[in-house]
Design a protein around this ligand. Structure first.
Ligand SMILES: Cc1cc2nc3c(=O)[nH]c(=O)nc-3n(C[C@H](O)[C@H](O)[C@H](O)COP(=O)(O)O)c2cc1C
Length: 193
């Protein structure tokens, strides 16, 4: 039984219920229609000057997933190998028209991943972002040009059996808590929490 997080205000159920599990069902693929809808959700994200700097490398075949798992760091390979879809989230660093650096490329790409994760939640899928990517290896393995940031990897699929996880990972198989609402306020004159 997964304990829900304490949430004090009425918010979208997809935001309320989303969390980052590690138990993926290796035998349940994600349909093309679902995957395209997730990318569509990312596509609709707002961005500075409508630059849309996000790019998604999609690994679905066993070969390309193995290649992507091979550039993950730490404990990530141990569980991400079971996800039927792995994404490498990339971001174009400069504005296309002027070539000037786009200071917001990571911010905007984060928004796009957020939208993607919520659409996944709506469709009964789960997602888990991974900053633990060996960036130099990933760049070489997938021929990613230097002018693109490698932001993170994301596992996408259906929730599986946590009993299959190794013990240290199984222990962490629950939604993480959040700091109290007042802790994210910095100055200004917000409503009292
Ligand atoms: C940018 C980013 C990088 C992350 N990197 C990892 C990672 O390398 N490995 C991992 O197991 N979880 C990773 N996570 C998952 C976070 O630990 C998780 O989102 C956080 O604890 C909040 O929990 P929740 O998503 O279940 O609400 C990452 C999440 C984000 C957004």
């Amino acid at each position: 039984m997964i304990e829900p997080r304490e949430i004090r205000h009425d918010i979208l159920p997809e935001i309320r219920d989303r969390w980052s599990p590690r138990a993926f069902d290796p035998d349940r693929p994600v349909s093309d229609g679902d995957l395209l809808a997730l990318l569509e959700a990312a596509r609709q994200a707002p961005s500075c000057m409508n630059e849309q700097p996000w790019r998604f490398l999609v690994a679905r075949t066993e070969e390309s997933r193995r290649k992507l798992v091979g550039v993950l760091a730490g404990r990530n390979p141990a569980w991400a190998k079971d996800a039927p879809v792995l994404l490498l989230v990339l971001a174009v660093q400069a504005f296309e028209e002027t070539g000037k650096p786009n200071r917001w490329h990571l911010f905007d790409t984060g928004t796009a991943w957020g939208f993607l994760s919520l659409e996944a939640q709506r469709r009964g899928l789960v997602t888990h972002a991974m900053g633990g990517v060996r960036v130099d290896q990933a760049r070489a393995a997938f021929a990613i040009p230097e002018d693109m940031s490698i932001v993170c990897a994301v596992a996408v699929g259906y929730y599986g059996d946590p009993a299959r996880l190794e013990p240290d990972l199984r222990e962490r198989e629950h939604p993480s808590p959040r700091e109290p609402l007042e802790s994210l306020l910095f100055g200004g004159d917000p409503p009292s929490v």
